[in-house]
Ligand binder design. Structure first.
Ligand code: ASP
Length: 328
């Protein structure tokens, strides 16, 4: 056999391996971006965060491995993080200036671009479940405040008192912010919003994001997380995105939709689109990050902060959980 035929043989053999690089399903999650550095983190906090991220990956991947939908998977993963007090969503949400917890969440199905979102809700144990109810059981995309709370109770979602959401650590962050008279973006910069994006075996993508917003928010402030196109977006023609960071800048950039648009119209890779949009957001003054997956099975994350709580898993590969910028 001459060298050329050996080379052709080797190339042909590698073809099936290339085809296999598209996994059957994918899941990427985040638990917020910020100044997450080793010397600022206690071993306990780091271990708790990694455990929470791992549990969320487990919940979502169980759905996907069993042939469930991307929509069910992102909801399942986000619920785990909402129930975990170490993240700024559901239990453990940050406090408003007035010392209450007001929660925002959104979910979107890339198959038909149906979406549901809630802002400033105070009673629903899992705001992401309420966002999904809005999507599936109302003619609307977004409900806010008292009306959203009423809708939630009417639909029979689990209701809890304010003490469920409130944690001492978050209360201390509010007190620190007030004492130092800093702006809400200065408090530790560990945002802690949670999100998930997934692609299922059928090739559909979905995105979900849930948050308490930012410490000390006032006057009914709503961030990017529940805004379709800003903090959350999913479109089978491009990708699914969930964002975390200084919401005001993410809204102005239209981060999640902008990433999908670059992929759809410019044919960019998910990573290139995410990196470009995060750089543009940074140029506006916004810090934070995004997670992305697409119908091709590509997975990406991008952040312009020292770290981001994050994790990923796909069919046939092990779970990865990371916090610091220098981790894979
Ligand atoms: N993006 C969220 C907001 O501005 C905060 C966060 O990501 O932690 O409400």
């Amino acid at each position: 056999m001459n060298r050329l035929s050996l080379l052709i043989g080797a190339l042909l053999m590698s073809a099936p391996a290339t085809a296999q690089t598209q996994p059957d399903w994918t899941l990427v999650i985040h638990g917020g971006a910020g100044v997450l550095e080793r010397d600022k983190m206690t071993p306990e906090r780091e271990a708790a965060a990694r455990k929470g991220l791992d549990a969320a990956l487990e919940a979502g991947s169980k759905v996907l491995a069993g042939g469930g939908s991307a929509l069910d998977a992102v909801e399942a993963a986000v619920k785990v993080l909402e129930d975990d007090p170490h993240f700024n969503a559901g239990r453990g949400a940050v406090f408003t200036y007035e010392g209450t917890n007001e929660l925002d969440a959104a979910i979107m199905d890339g198959a038909d671009r149906k979406a549901g979102a809630v802002a400033g809700v105070t009673r629903t144990k899992n705001p992401i479940a309420l966002a999904r109810k809005v999507m599936e059981d109302s003619p609307h995309v977004m409900l806010a405040g008292k009306g959203a709370d009423v809708f939630s109770a009417e639909k029979g979602l689990e209701q809890v008192g304010p003490e469920w959401f409130a944690t001492d650590e978050r209360r201390q962050q509010l007190e620190k912010m007030k004492a130092q008279k800093t702006s809400w973006f200065d408090v530790d910069m560990k945002y802690g919003t949670v999100g998930a994006v997934a692609r299922d075996k059928a090739g559909n993508v979905a995105a979900a994001t849930s948050t308490g917003g930012v410490t000390g928010k006032r006057w009914g402030r709503v961030g990017d997380s529940p805004l379709i196109g800003a903090g959350t977006y999913a479109d089978n023609r491009a990708c699914a995105v969930s964002a975390t960071g200084a919401g005001e800048f993410f809204i102005r950039e239209g981060v999640a939709h902008e990433i999908c648009a670059r992929i759809r119209f410019k044919g960019e890779s998910l990573q290139a689109a995410a990196d470009t949009v995060m750089a543009e957001t940074r140029a506006l003054g916004g810090t934070g990050g995004v997670i992305v997956t697409g119908p091709t099975g590509e997975m990406a994350w991008s952040f312009n902060t020292p770290g981001m709580y994050r994790g990923k898993v796909s069919a046939g590969s092990a779970k990865t959980v990371a916090i610091y910028g220098d981790e894979q």
